[in-house]
Design a protein around this ligand. Structure first.
Ligand SMILES: NC(=O)c1ccc[n+]([C@@H]2O[C@H](COP(=O)([O-])OP(=O)(O)OC[C@H]3O[C@@H](n4cnc5c(N)ncnc54)[C@H](O)[C@@H]3O)[C@@H](O)[C@H]2O)c1
Length: 262
């Protein structure tokens, strides 16, 4: 018997990629899983594979989150684990329109705020609950080629830290997943920077799910499916200038490759 066996779990963006692997991993460990996705067919397919329930919809808007959590409570009775996983990689630099920055903010940050707003009252009363945020190594470091992604993933990681710091003593467990490249459609669409920076060390979504299950068993906050990220994170904190010089060299490499392709 683990903390996952018999638990009621929700996974947003569970129709594909990392979310699908999280849903499968949790179901294999004995959880009863609600799979949310914007793509109703994808959510239904994963629900069928996992013996779970599909609740399609937008997991970032206030109403979408409210409807999802109400439907999940109806199916599961109680939500023990909420994986706020849906995320988008949009925009590039300061020229990216405000509306795109705002979309990144809504999905990559406010989705977590809105979900915890709904879940916390019950969890604090009960004295337990588990909130999982899929952030990114970009939330600890940076993602060359996408300022909106980097900034909002830092926001996601920061919000997860805030939740843990504020409510751990009241029974809330928080895990923050921070992978580098993972072989999903998001990575496939990540352009030259994504291919150069992430492709070589890219892992399978199932490895992310495994890292989460291990981290849950060990009670770890930071889930690092790429262990080398810890070293980069330490370097960023201890010698930020050196870390930035390394990132600048990588940016120049990306630009050289892009020039070569023209
Ligand atoms: N793939 C990577 O290299 C990588 C690395 C680090 C972090 N991440 C993060 O992992 C998470 C999952 O990414 P992925 O690579 O599996 O992406 P993906 O694009 O393969 O899958 C994301 C799924 O989320 C769904 N979705 C998007 N917005 C939604 C919304 N508002 N409500 C409900 N569903 C929504 C999509 O329909 C899709 O099925 C994201 O938060 C992403 O930022 C991905």
């Amino acid at each position: 018997m683990t903390i996952i066996d018999g638990a009621g779990a929700v996974v947003t963006g569970g129709g594909a990629g990392i979310g699908r692997a999280l849903a499968r991993g949790l179901a294999a460990a004995g959880a009863r899983v609600v799979i949310n996705d914007l793509d109703a067919e994808a959510a239904a397919a994963v629900a069928e594979q996992t013996g779970g329930y599909a609740v399609p919809g937008d997991a970032s808007t206030e109403q979408g989150v409210r409807d999802l959590i109400a439907a999940a409570r109806e199916q599961l009775g109680w939500i023990d684990i909420y994986c706020s996983n849906a995320g988008i990689a949009v925009g590039t630099d300061p020229q990216t329109p405000d509306s795109t920055w705002q979309r990144a903010w809504e999905v990559n940050v406010m989705a977590h705020v809105r979900a915890s707003r709904e879940l916390l009252p019950d969890w604090l009363e009960r004295g337990r609950g588990c909130f999982v945020v899929t952030a990114s190594a970009a939330g600890l470091l940076t993602m060359l080629g996408s300022a909106p992604y980097s900034v909002t993933k830092h926001g996601a990681e920061s919000y997860a830290e805030w939740l843990a710091a504020t409510y751990a003593h009241r029974g809330l467990t928080v895990h923050c997943i921070c992978p580098q490249g993972v072989k999903t459609s998001m990575l496939a669409e990540s352009g030259q920077a994504g291919q150069i920076v992430l492709q070589d060390a890219a892992i399978e979504p199932e490895q992310v799910a495994e890292a989460l299950l291990d981290g849950m068993a060990a009670g770890r906050f930071l889930i690092l499916p790429h262990p080398e990220v810890r070293g980069y994170y330490e370097l960023r904190a201890s010698d930020t200038g050196k870390w930035l010089r390394g990132m600048s060299r990588m940016q120049q490499r990306i630009e050289e490759v892009e020039r070569g392709l023209q």
